[in-house]
Design a binder for this molecule. Structure first.
Ligand SMILES: NC(=O)c1ccc[n+]([C@@H]2O[C@H](COP(=O)([O-])OP(=O)(O)OC[C@H]3O[C@@H](n4cnc5c(N)ncnc54)[C@H](O)[C@@H]3O)[C@@H](O)[C@H]2O)c1
Length: 328
């Protein structure tokens, strides 16, 4: 199988690319390395089944690519997260909407294509009632980031000539060769381990979580599923048992670290999201179960930080989506 991963050198992309290569799949990764990530230090660069194309999806080069050689095209690229899209709203619109739509238009010219678009459970936004959002639940995107995801979802679903599957990912956690410590579990675990003062806004808001490796497993599962089963389908990606409040996450970390840490809990932060998600469809229709728990992720991060004593000195940008260099 030939798979093209667009955004293959990001946090999820790096784990996915390695996972696919480990399964003897030919992988081409396209990425503009927008955070100046070091792609050439990845453990898989010398794999003979791996090819890297340093292409920006905003560029004209996209229309010259022969997409017919790929059995599956995974769309991960973009400005990811509420803070970075809020910081660069114009760039966000260009990358997350215009360029993704142009890319889809180039791909759909090839009849046998199948696009797997990675969306987000953030699309559910704010759910006050005690219900778990299934794929049919009304979308209520609150941020520019989620609004762009919903636009692309609608474009894919309403265009009859596009073969696509939409995966609405829970919030990711776990280790990656392009690490992000701007994700809740990763950030909280690192900061509590290092005794960094932690301020947690709206601790009782709910969110589903999922390990990056489970996302890689699901993408391969969807890639191997018959197209008539997954075409034009939307799946929430995660598991019911991994719906937690931020306070649950903090309590679990404290338990693993076995220390009582002083945390400042505040209300009414600038992120009003609160949603529990129903993952029944992906489980029953595709037989997908997650294999990593929150505790697995916490222990993984603790181990990582323990073995990297200089972590506090690392530049922030290397570890998350904080800012973009002017020339990008
Ligand atoms: N991380 C999460 O918790 C999470 C949750 C839900 C959905 N997702 C989705 O998963 C995908 C990957 O997220 P991630 O956490 O790996 O983020 P990431 O920022 O680490 O990865 C995004 C990648 O896209 C690349 N990129 C950005 N702009 C580009 C451009 N113009 N051309 C080419 N490449 C470009 C970046 O260099 C980066 O490698 C995104 O689509 C995101 O919306 C992530």
């Amino acid at each position: 199988m030939n798979i093209l991963v667009v955004g293959g050198e990001g946090y999820i992309g790096s784990v996915l690319v390695k996972y696919l290569l480990d399964h003897k799949i030919n992988v081409t990764s396209i990425d503009s390395l927008i955070y100046n990530q070091k792609q050439n230090i990845k453990t898989y660069v010398s794999d003979k089944n791996y090819k890297f194309l340093n292409i920006d999806i905003r560029s004209k080069e996209i229309s010259n690519i022969d997409f017919s050689i790929y059995d599956k095209i995974i769309l991960l690229a973009g400005l990811v997260g509420d803070p970075i899209t809020k910081k660069y709203p114009h760039l966000s619109n260009i990358i997350n909407e215009d360029s993704i739509i142009n890319l889809i238009k180039s791909i759909k010219k090839y009849k046998e294509h199948h696009i797997i678009f990675i969306s987000t459970c953030s699309n559910y936004g704010l759910i006050n009632e005690d219900i778990y959002a299934s794929e049919k639940h009304v979308l209520n995107p609150l941020s520019l980031y989620a609004k762009s995801k919903v636009k692309i979802e609608n474009y894919l679903l309403n265009n009859p000539n596009i073969n696509s599957t939409i995966l609405r990912f829970a919030t990711a956690f776990g280790l990656s060769e392009r690490m992000r410590f701007d994700l809740t579990l990763n950030e909280f675990t690192k900061d509590l381990y290092l005794d960094t003062e932690l301020v947690v806004y709206d601790p009782d808001t709910w969110r589903p979580y999922c390990h990056v490796m489970d996302f890689a497993r699901l993408i391969l599962l969807v890639s191997k599923s018959p197209i008539d089963v997954v075409n034009k389908e939307v799946y929430n990606a995660g598991s019911d048992s991994n719906n937690y409040t931020k306070r649950d996450v903090i309590n679990a970390i404290q338990k693993q670290l076995n220390k009582n840490i002083n945390i400042k809990f505040l209300e009414k932060g600038n992120d009003p999201r609160n949603y529990k998600v129903d993952f029944n469809k992906v489980k029953t229709k595709l037989g997908f179960n997650t294999s990593f728990t929150l505790i697995d992720g916490i222990n993984e991060i603790i181990n990582y930080v323990e073995n990297k004593k200089d972590i506090a000195n690392f530049t922030e940008n290397k570890f998350g989506n904080y800012f973009i260099d002017n020339d990008k």
